[in-house]
Design a protein around this ligand. Structure first.
Ligand SMILES: NC(=O)c1ccc[n+]([C@@H]2O[C@H](COP(=O)([O-])OP(=O)(O)OC[C@H]3O[C@@H](n4cnc5c(N)ncnc54)[C@H](OP(=O)(O)O)[C@@H]3O)[C@@H](O)[C@H]2O)c1
Length: 240
């Protein structure tokens, strides 16, 4: 009997927090994983020890994205899924040129997924009906806008739109969906006042942690029908 070819799940920006939790979740299920990391946190050693292929990559330039795609291709002939998790929550601030903010946001949330989806398309195709997935992690503010993170919100809205275009292009072999979270995890530096204000923005009034997004991604991976959709993961925030 021939061995089945491994089909890793590719997760971008998985050195910490949600990406890291996702990577360990799949590894615990014996699902092979390839991750990108920009900063070499101690957690990267743990991922490598658990069997992940860990590739250092900075998506700040198109060359960095192209080099990463080549390296992924050198590791595998097939991918089970791409999860576009890498992100940067940059605000407009005095002293930071506006063009820098806009360029950075478009680079990480639009150039990277746009190029990687094209460059790795052949690794997702050829397996069968609904056999592969692309998941874009966007943000609730793609729908609402944000007065303090204008370029961030616009770039996540563009990523949300890429969901529908790639769903059209890649069906029925590859499903393409987006998840739009609002608060999932606080940053360590968030103070008590900020935390309370953020919790009060949703109906559910919790920061649910990584499990909610992991469960939703598991659902999307098992579906053979859902594509081109954006899933709000926001505790009912639009209803407040
Ligand atoms: N956490 C939440 O409550 C929340 C809410 C709404 C939406 N989301 C979305 O959910 C996803 C995960 O959230 P998170 O809080 O876990 O994100 P996070 O902590 O900000 O991690 C994002 C990862 O992306 C990497 N990254 C940033 N710029 C990069 C670049 N130029 N090249 C390569 N990698 C880069 C970061 O690397 P470094 O470690 O080197 O910076 C980091 O590891 C993100 O897409 C985020 O927008 C999260």
């Amino acid at each position: 009997m021939g061995q089945t070819e491994p089909r890793p799940i590719l997760i971008t920006g998985a050195g910490r927090r949600i990406g890291l939790a996702l990577a360990h979740h799949f590894l615990n299920q014996q699902q092979p994983v390839i991750i990108s990391y920009r900063t070499h946190y101690p957690a990267i050693e743990g991922l490598c020890a658990a069997g992940a292929v860990c590739i250092e990559a900075d998506f700040a330039t198109d060359d960095g994205i192209l080099a990463f795609a080549d390296e992924v291709k050198s590791h595998t002939r097939q991918l089970r899924a791409i999860i576009h998790n890498a992100s940067c929550w940059q605000a407009e601030k005095p002293g930071t040129p506006l063009t820098d903010v806009l360029t950075t946001m478009l680079q990480i949330h639009v150039h990277a997924p746009y190029l990687l989806n094209h460059l790795l398309e052949d690794r997702l195709r050829g397996i069968g009906h609904a056999a592969s997935d692309i998941i874009h992690i966007t943000d609730y503010v793609a729908e609402r806008g944000s007065d303090k993170h204008i370029a961030y919100a616009a770039s996540k809205a563009a990523l949300d739109n890429l969901t529908r275009s790639f769903a059209r292009k890649l069906a029925p072999e590859v499903k393409v969906n987006a998840i739009a979270p609002s608060l999932l995890l606080f940053n360590e530096s968030d103070d008590a006042v900020y935390r309370q204000k953020a919790l009060n923005k949703s109906l559910m009034k919790i920061a649910p942690g990584e499990k909610e997004i992991i469960d939703l991604i598991d659902y999307l991976l098992t579906s053979c029908y859902v594509t081109g959709r954006t899933f709000g993961l926001d505790g009912g925030r639009p209803l407040r």
